[in-house]
Write a protein that binds this ligand. Structure first.
Ligand SMILES: [Zn+2]
Ligand SMILES: [Zn+2]
Length: 143
């Protein structure tokens, strides 16, 4: 999959918020923690990009909700689409993979906080499964 100068676009369900990423983005990681489950209804699959390579149009439609003492989550206030996760420290933003226009050229590579995953589904792919963050080796990976 080739991208025009590695430029990707995306936005929320209603179209009030549109964004553009320039250059390479991180591989997609699925977070199965309780916060992500409640916010998305399932899990939170996101890439990440330095802030200086992310531009946002319609930012006034974004509501920021603080979910911890070190991060907040941005969603579109008219339509409720989850879009961003932004740490207070650090110069990057996580962007929800499902918000990108297709073909996204993105790829899911790992599952994190699997110990907190919802009890109503199973993770059935063969990607690495981390019980918490990606600080250590994965606990398991399906054959
Ligand atoms: Zn919207
Ligand atoms: Zn999470």
């Amino acid at each position: 999959m080739t991208h025009n100068a590695d430029i990707r676009t995306g936005g929320c369900l209603c179209g009030a918020v549109r964004f553009t990423t320039k250059g390479p983005v991180r591989e997609v990681v699925a977070c199965h923690c309780g916060q992500c489950r409640r916010q998305t209804g399932l899990y939170h699959a996101a890439t990440s990009i330095p802030n200086d390579r992310l531009s946002v149009e319609g930012g006034e439609a974004i509501r920021w909700y603080r979910t911890s003492d070190h991060a907040r989550r941005g969603f579109c206030s008219p339509c409720g689409s989850a879009l961003f996760w932004s740490p207070d420290e650090g110069d990057f933003t996580s962007v929800l993979a499902g918000a990108f226009d297709e073909p996204s050229g993105l790829k899911l590579t790992a599952h994190i906080f699997c110990a907190d995953k919802g009890d109503f589904y199973e993770i059935t792919d063969s990607l690495p499964l981390y019980p918490g963050s990606r600080g250590g080796p994965p606990a398991a990976s399906k054959p």
